[in-house]
Design a protein around this ligand. Sequence first.
Ligand SMILES: [Fe+2]
Ligand SMILES: [Fe+2]
Length: 156
Amino acid sequence: MEKVLNIFDQLKISHEKQRELSNKLIQTSGNSLERKELFKNLKNELFAHAVAEDRFFYIPLMMTDAGLDITRHALSEHHEMDELLEKLTEMKLSSPHWLIIAKKLTETVHHHLEEEEHKFFQQAGKILDDKSKQQLAKKYHSEYLKYLDKNKTSLT
Ligand SMILES: [Fe+2]
Ligand SMILES: [Fe+2]
């Protein structure tokens, strides 16, 4: 029988993509097509993941007293990543500062994923029951796919 993915399994699939894309991004240089493509893909990935994760993981957790603190912490890190993405979007790819900010983004992403996987998920695992873990996984996944597609056509 096929294993039913819970919300944690599902979130980790995108986490792996984020790790891979951000690691590759900081190996790129100047105004290259490679940098442009990797940045677009990472931005799409982070955006679709954060929207779906906020809606179908953190918001339900926020409704519980025990989940309030993790949610606040995580959402502020999402905001921090958004700001770095915005900075990078506004900067010229060839700017010498671009890589410095990209490295900062990569560090922030890695730190955030580490904290989610090793701290928040454990805490959330005690708060959510098995049925919710599976239902949220489905809802998260379709929302994630919806935004991933939307972004591919709207971003240049
Ligand atoms: Fe995440
Ligand atoms: Fe997150």
